[in-house]
Design a binder for this molecule. Structure first.
Ligand SMILES: NC(=O)c1ccc[n+]([C@@H]2O[C@H](COP(=O)([O-])OP(=O)(O)OC[C@H]3O[C@@H](n4cnc5c(N)ncnc54)[C@H](O)[C@@H]3O)[C@@H](O)[C@H]2O)c1
Length: 294
């Protein structure tokens, strides 16, 4: 049975009631949606009004689709009403949980945390959805680092079950426990990771994508056959080149650069073909062309 039907309409799991999601881009809007689906009141905020407009339209579309498929039982408009779309970050004051999903840049996140420190209560949890920046490094900008951790959702958030929970050295075990329980109540299936570059997922995925690109670059096989091998031979739902296009080739390159820099190991070095595609702005699905045409 879909999780939306098993759950009480207004979940108050572990006292988390009010959630603020900062950044209404690809990830933030999906994260806001799943919190609303679980019955939480959500403040979704962004510095660009256009991002909030897009988020509102995309969330409505997604809720309607999930409802039509029977994945959520509640009327979409009821879920939608739980989200307050606003450019005013102070609307999130005293939220039980803040999830930061802004650009993958340390300086941008650090500047935002200065504001969140003012809005967070003594027991508020602050989580980053970062894919690659160190949780310990980010925690240095947080007033109460024991209440800070990584909650790494996957794209598309309403569909993907996995959430990586990343513990910083200073994260309190009770905050990890609370976050684990809470993520389960969202209908997600969490794993925990120490704060190592790429955590679990990208540490394993990036060398796979890199090797697939090198296999293509060296003329071993065609892109179609490389992807088919992983789909049919290893039962992956998508081949690694298709997946890279889906993630965005610029994002893939940025993650590889961080891992290469942090580990100093060539198994993470961005291949030349990837660099050339990114420089030519062939970024995958989002630009209409990457390894494949869309
Ligand atoms: N895209 C993915 O597949 C994916 C997967 C997992 C994690 N992440 C991580 O999630 C985070 C967000 O990624 P995304 O793909 O949603 O990016 P995105 O570019 O789609 O969205 C980022 C949003 O943050 C907003 N923003 C920037 N600075 C802000 C500020 N100070 N206050 C409020 N809003 C601000 C931008 O206007 C933009 O709308 C990044 O840390 C990224 O590494 C991304």
């Amino acid at each position: 049975m879909p999780w939306g039907r098993r759950r009480p309409q207004h979940f108050t799991g572990d006292g988390i009631l009010k959630v603020t999601v900062v950044g209404a881009g690809t990830m933030g809007r999906g994260i806001a949606q799943v919190f609303a689906q679980a019955g939480n009141g959500v403040v979704l905020t962004d510095v660009y009004p256009k991002a909030l407009e897009t988020a509102s339209a995309e969330i409505q579309k997604s809720l309607a689709k999930l409802h039509a498929k029977g994945i959520i039982a509640e009327p979409p408009e009821v879920v939608f009403k739980r989200i307050n779309f606003t450019g005013d970050l102070s609307a999130g004051k005293n939220s039980d949980l803040f999830v930061e999903a802004v650009l993958e840049r340390f300086d941008v996140k650090e500047a935002l945390y200065k504001q969140l420190n003012e809005l967070a209560g003594e027991n508020s949890i602050i989580a980053s959805n970062t894919s690659s920046i160190s949780i310990n490094a980010l925690s240095s900008a947080i007033r109460k680092p024991e209440n800070f951790l990584g909650l790494h959702f996957f794209n598309p958030v309403p569909i993907m079950k996995l959430v990586e929970i990343i513990k910083g050295v200073r994260t309190s075990p009770s905050v990890v426990e609370k976050s684990l329980e809470f993520v389960k109540q969202l209908g997600k299936d969490p794993v925990t990771s120490e704060d190592f570059p790429g955590f679990i997922s990208n540490r394993i995925l990036m060398p796979l994508i890199r090797e697939a690109i090198l296999t293509l670059e060296e003329g071993v096989s065609s892109k179609e056959d490389i992807d088919k091998t992983l789909r049919l031979g290893m039962n992956h739902p998508m081949g690694p080149l298709e997946l890279a296009d889906f993630i965005g080739l610029d994002v893939v390159q940025d993650i590889m650069k961080v891992l290469y820099h942090e580990f100093g190991d060539s198994r993470f070095m961005p291949p030349v073909t990837l660099r050339n595609l990114v420089n030519a702005r062939r970024l995958g699905r989002k630009s209409g062309e990457g390894f494949y045409k869309y």
